[in-house]
Design a binder for this molecule. Structure first.
Ligand code: SAH
Ligand code: SF4
Ligand code: F3S
Length: 443
């Protein structure tokens, strides 16, 4: 019999990307092979995101399309019917509603239930009825971080490592705590064991993952332990919360060369009154102070952020504060979003009163300003050399490579003698707003 194949499409953040890698590992253990063609796959999975309404809608339309395809085309090549499953945050949020809405959907499981996938597939095989598993697991004793499968799926020199799950903050706009549950932490021992394994397989850089990654108890100590007890060369993490950036983490930037020169520190707004309504637990002054200390601890630190425009009652004046803030901090890059009301969040009961056209206008202004700032910052790199971890080779042109600097900038460069996984020096010759270009040093 031909091997069974699976296709998985991933939406949303790095947690989802990494969850998809773990799902791939579990399925490989069951004898499934990955395919890039959903039309022929025996199992089609959508790992979904619901952070904004648009992501939710996208998931619904993709599922609808796949179901329509399944129901319109009886399979001839295989005896088994094609299976369709939804996981991730829309699955967690919608649960049984998905099964009643999409006739022909086989499987719905939440992020905390991934470890049960083999069992769920078995139940499905037996009962031939849709299977639902959306219980949140909020205790360390019962949580499965899937250490072994996570570690086997190394693709390239850089790997994600989950250190925690869930989020105990309650930002008023955010649905993540609802769909990811409360915080559960992996032990440092398990984390180090996984990283050691990854390094043995050729990994040179890890990104520690968590929805609120620096609320991990003794976070800076964890970074220190990883540096001292493994041979990994670069350590990153995402996403930290500004309120949990403490002196010891700042000190780590001053003293630990393995910690990369980058921090993604979501600010959301530059207005104190908006930050208060968002329940972010810091203000522009305290955020700025932390940024200054970080930059002092690590000269050349790359700082990126997230911004939401059009939060309920955001006035012109409040929005201007955000523009001024971006000018003041000079972020390397930002992700900017229009506020999107999410059911069961605190902000959902506030009137979504900034008109869509105004949200769009504000988004465009933020992006235009940031574009200019990013371009100007990147320009400083031209003429210098940067240390780059080589991540990819352009298949069309063998001498074209892509890698990242310590401060997380993408560098596309030309060079003969290098391979994926090398850490090389690149002479930067050109700056774009989202990347740098250059040549391998000495060629
Ligand atoms: N846990 C991470 C990120 C969570 S979601 C953190 O706290 O940093 C990623 C980003 O999506 C957030 O930083 C925020 O900018 C944006 N976001 C979250 N909820 C949103 C909403 N309801 N509308 C618009 N953007 C939102
Ligand atoms: Fe959402 Fe706030 Fe938690 Fe981030 S810290 S996941 S924005 S509630
Ligand atoms: Fe989206 Fe879930 Fe991540 S809602 S942003 S995939 S935690």
């Amino acid at each position: 019999m031909a091997p069974r194949t699976f296709f998985i499409k991933t939406f949303g953040c790095q947690m989802n990307e990494h969850d998809s890698q773990k799902i791939g590992g579990l399925l490989a253990n069951l004898g499934f092979e990955p395919t890039t063609q959903p039309e022929t796959a025996d199992l089609v999975l959508f790992n979904t995101c619901t952070v904004r309404q648009k992501a939710h809608q996208k998931a619904f339309s993709e599922i609808g399309r796949a179901i329509a395809f399944k129901n319109s085309e009886p399979r001839t090549s295989n005896l088994e019917p094609r299976l369709i499953g939804v996981c991730g945050c829309v699955a967690q949020d919608q649960g049984a509603k998905l099964i009643s809405r999409f006739q022909g959907l086989d499987l719905v499981f939440g992020p905390d239930q991934i470890y049960r996938l083999p069992e769920l597939l078995e139940i499905l095989q037996k009962t031939k009825k849709p299977v639902l598993a959306t219980e949140l697991i909020n205790s360390a004793e019962d949580y499965h971080f899937l250490d072994d499968v996570a570690a086997t799926k190394l693709s390239g020199p850089s790997a994600y490592v989950t250190i925690m799950k869930g989020c105990n903050s309650r930002c008023s706009y955010c649905i993540v705590p609802k769909v990811r549950g409360t915080e559960v932490y992996r032990t440092a021992r398990e984390i180090i064991k996984e990283i050691e394994f990854l390094v043995e397989k050729g990994c040179r850089e890890v990104t520690l993952l968590g929805q609120n990654v620096n609320s991990y108890p003794d976070f800076s100590k964890l970074i220190r332990l990883i540096s001292e007890n493994t041979n990994v060369e670069r350590i990153r993490f995402t996403s930290p919360h500004p309120k949990d950036v403490k002196d010891d983490l700042i000190e780590e930037y001053a003293t630990n060369p393995k910690l990369c020169s980058h921090i993604h520190l979501p600010v959301q707004s530059g207005s104190d009154t908006v930050l208060k309504r968002m329940r972010r637990a810091y203000n522009r002054r305290t955020y700025l102070k932390k940024v200054e200390s970080l930059k002092k601890a690590r000269p050349g630190l790359g700082i990126t952020t997230d911004v939401i425009v059009g939060f309920p009652q955001e006035s012109d004046e409040e929005f201007n504060q955000t523009l001024l803030f971006l000018k003041e901090v000079q972020f390397d890059n930002i992700f900017a979003f229009k506020y999107s009301p999410r059911e069961a969040t605190e902000a959902y009961s506030m009137e979504d009163d900034v008109p869509m056209t105004l949200k769009e206008e504000r988004l465009a202004k933020v992006l235009e300003l940031q574009n200019a700032i990013s371009k100007k910052i990147n320009q400083h790199y031209v003429g210098g050399t940067q240390e780059v971890l080589v991540e990819r080779n352009d298949r069309m042109a063998t001498r074209r490579w892509m890698g990242r600097t310590s401060c997380h900038k993408i560098v596309n460069f030309t060079g003969k003698k290098t391979s994926i996984g090398d850490i090389v020096r690149v002479e930067v010759t050109k700056a774009n707003s989202n990347s740098l270009e250059g040549n391998l040093y000495g060629t």
